[in-house]
Design a binder for this molecule. Structure first.
Ligand SMILES: NC(=O)c1ccc[n+]([C@@H]2O[C@H](COP(=O)([O-])OP(=O)(O)OC[C@H]3O[C@@H](n4cnc5c(N)ncnc54)[C@H](OP(=O)(O)O)[C@@H]3O)[C@@H](O)[C@H]2O)c1
Length: 251
C-alpha cells in the first residue's frame, strides 16, 4: 500500500487527512509536536493500517532531516507528502503585533515547509510517477485582508514555491499542488488568538465554514488522481464566504 507523510497530523486538516488516507488503506507517517495526540492517533488508526508517528517540530531542520533519514524500510517509499503544518498568529493590524509572532509564522509556514520538502525530495523522486507534494496554502496567499500581514505573505510563498518546484521536478513524475482553503473550522483560530475560545466560536457561528474533512477529501482526491494529472492550485472556500469591496479612507 502507498505511504503518505502528513505534517501537522495532530489537529484539523492533517488529522482528518490521516483518517481519510487510512480509510483507503494507505500507510501513514504522522508528525506534529504534541506526542500525546500522535499516540492517540496511532492507537485509533494503527490497528487498521501501518502507522509511524514522529514527534517533530518542522522548524528544526536537523531533526527533520534525521527523521527522514532514519525512516524504517517499510515507510521509505513515500507516495504523498502533505505539507500541512502551519499557523496564523496576531490577528491585529501590523503596527500592533509582536515581531516574535511574525517570526513564528515565517519559521513554521515557510522554513518548516521548506525543511520537510528538502528532506523528502529524494524519496519522492525515487518513488517517481504518481508521487505528489501537496502544500497547504491559503486564500490568504492571494487575497489581502486586514490582519493578514505576514500570514498571507507566508502562504503566497507556498503558492510560488509550489509552482517553482513543479519546474524543477519536470521529468521525475512528482506532482506538486498548492491547496488553498478559505475559512475552515479547526483549531486554527484558537491558535491564532492564543486560546480565545469565544473569539474562535464567534468566527464560525451563524455561518457554514469548511470542515477539516472537506479539505481532507480534497487532499485525498489530489493525491489519487491518475499519474498524468497535476492540479497546480486548488482554491476552496465555503459557499458563504466571498470577498469585500475595496475600502477607501475618507476625510
Ligand atoms: N483553518 C483555516 O481556516 C485554514 C485556512 C487556510 C489554510 N489553513 C492552513 O491549513 C494548515 C492546517 O491548519 P488547521 O486549520 O488544520 O489548523 P490546526 O487545527 O491548528 O492544525 C495545525 C497543525 O499544524 C501543526 N503545527 C503547527 N506548528 C507546528 C510546528 N512548528 N511543527 C510541527 N507541526 C506544527 C499542529 O500540530 P502541533 O501543535 O501538535 O505541532 C497541528 O497539527 C495550516 O498550514 C494553515 O495555515 C487553515
Amino acid at each position: 500500500m502507498p505511504v503518505a507523510m502528513i505534517t501537522g497530523a495532530t489537529s484539523g486538516f492533517g488529522r482528518a487527512a490521516a483518517y481519510r488516507f487510512a480509510a483507503a488503506g494507505w500507510s501513514l507517517i504522522l508528525t506534529g509536536r504534541r506526542s500525546e495526540r500522535l499516540e492517540a492517533l496511532e492507537q485509533d488508526i494503527g490497528n487498521k493500517v501501518p502507522v509511524l508517528t514522529l514527534t517533530l517540530d518542522v522548524r528544526d531542520a536537523e531533526a527533520v532531516a534525521r527523521a527522514v533519514e532514519e525512516l524504517p524500510a517499510e515507510f521509505r517509499e513515500v507516495t504523498c507528502l502533505v505539507n500541512n503544518a502551519g499557523l496564523a498568529l496576531a490577528p491585529k493590524p501590523a503596527q500592533e503585533v509582536d515581531l516574535a509572532d511574525w517570526h513564528t509564522m515565517i519559521d513554521t509556514n515557510i522554513t518548516g515547509l521548506v525543511n520537510v520538502t528538502h528532506a523528502m525530495l529524494a524519496r519522492l523522486i525515487a518513488t517517481g510517477a504518481g508521487a505528489s507534494i501537496i502544500n497547504i496554502g491559503s486564500v490568504a496567499g492571494s487575497w489581502p485582508y486586514p490582519g493578514g500581514h505576514v500570514y498571507g505573505a507566508t502562504k503566497a510563498f507556498v503558492e510560488q514555491f509550489s509552482y517553482n518546484l513543479r519546474c524543477d521536478l519536470k521529468g521525475t513524475g512528482v506532482r506538486v499542488t498548492d491547496i488553498a482553503p478559505g475559512m475552515a473550522e479547526t483549531e486554527f483560530t484558537l491558535v491564532r488568538t492564543k486560546g480565545d475560545q469565544a473569539a474562535s466560536d464567534a468566527l464560525y457561528s451563524g455561518t457554514t465554514p469548511l470542515q477539516a474533512e472537506d479539505i481532507a477529501e480534497q487532499i485525498f482526491h489530489v493525491a489519487t488522481l491518475p499519474d498524468h494529472i497535476n492540479i497546480n492550485r486548488l482554491e476552496v472556500m465555503p459557499t458563504r464566504q466571498t470577498w469585500s469591496p475595496f475600502t477607501i479612507d475618507r476625510d
